[in-house]
Design a protein around this ligand. Structure first.
Ligand SMILES: NC(=O)c1ccc[n+]([C@@H]2O[C@H](COP(=O)([O-])OP(=O)(O)OC[C@H]3O[C@@H](n4cnc5c(N)ncnc54)[C@H](OP(=O)(O)O)[C@@H]3O)[C@@H](O)[C@H]2O)c1
Length: 283
């Protein structure tokens, strides 16, 4: 299969590229190779390459989106629309990633969000991602929208990706304890996407590891898995609160996800976040 990956330098895009490269003909395009907001470039690329599948991993993230809504709209809404239109025109399917930030996350402890819950994003990122989902659905009937949450894996400099290494080297870390969500090990995300793709069952999926935690609980578990004693973890991890952080964009407070389509298709539940984290820490 010929697969075109956009935003291929990203966490999800780079891992997808590595995982698929052995079996498929993968064209991994970074922003310098293909700017998804350039409709002419998107069309000529898809027309020339004729992929069977487009995987869009390009995104403008949360604080940048709040700071630059026009750019967020271009990358998170227009770009996915151009890719989905090109997919339809040249006979490809499309996988497009979205986010738990589709939801407002106001109620701590509530049941996980499903596709039956109405999106109610609280920031520019969430609003543009929800609009991008709809643009893809409208433009391409053969589309998979994959909402995921707090993704981690090797190669990215973010709290979830690096906290275990920081703790192992005795570094002090600050961890937020008053927001919770589902977490997602990038390798598990890719496994499930491949499984979904094999069904050709188009729709909106919520792909995350089972369970919910805060950043603080994630850090504690990473430390425990490394064999670091609790007293030492207490001195290494400083607890901080989202409510005290003066961030550019508001964050939803509690956004666990549940996938009704995976249940309908009879997929095994995704493994618990602690088991996925254990594999990551070991790797
Ligand atoms: N990471 C998470 O925790 C998380 C959670 C929920 C959902 N998701 C979703 O998962 C997907 C992938 O996220 P990620 O964390 O892997 O992304 P990421 O690491 O933040 O990387 C985003 C990539 O998009 C590229 N990009 C930006 N503008 C572009 C453009 N105009 N054309 C082409 N590429 C462009 C960036 O390139 P430059 O670096 O050159 O700008 C970067 O490589 C996104 O749809 C995101 O919404 C991620």
């Amino acid at each position: 299969m010929k697969i075109l990956i956009t935003g291929a330098a990203a966490l999800v895009g780079s891992h997808f590229t590595q995982r698929l490269a052995g079996d498929d003909d993968v064209l991994a395009l970074k922003r310098a190779d293909l700017d998804i907001t350039d409709v002419a470039a998107v069309n000529s690329c898809v027309a020339a390459e004729r992929p069977s599948l487009i995987i869009n991993c390009a995104v403008v993230q949360v604080d940048e989106a709040e700071q630059n809504p026009a750019k967020a709209s271009a990358v998170n809404v227009d770009g996915p629309k151009f890719l989905a239109e090109a997919a339809t025109q040249f006979g490809a399917e499309i996988i497009h990633f979205s986010t738990q930030y589709a939801f407002e996350g106001e109620t701590i402890g509530r049941a996980p969000y499903t596709i039956e819950d109405e999106p109610r994003p609280v920031n520019v990122y969430g609003k543009t991602k929800v609009a991008g989902e709809q643009a893809v659905r409208d433009a391409c009937a053969r589309s998979y929208i994959i909402r995921t949450s707090w993704v981690y894996g090797s190669g990215k400099n973010s709290f979830l990706c690096t906290v275990h290494k920081d703790l192992e080297s005795g570094k002090h870390v600050r961890a937020i304890d008053d927001i919770g969500s589902s977490t997602t090990y990038v390798e598990d995300l890719i496994d499930r996407c491949r499984q979904i793709f094999n069904t050709r069952h188009y729709g909106t999926y919520h792909i995350v590891n089972a369970g919910v935690c805060s950043y603080y609980e994630f850090a504690l578990e990473a430390g425990r898995l490394l064999g670091i004693k609790r007293e030492q973890l207490d001195s290494l991890i400083e607890v901080i609160h989202e409510r005290d952080m003066k961030r550019m964009a508001a964050r939803p407070r509690y956004t666990p996800l549940r996938c009704l389509l995976s249940e309908e298709l009879g997929f095994a539940p995704m493994r618990d976040w602690r088991d996925a984290l254990a594999e990551y820490v070991k790797a």
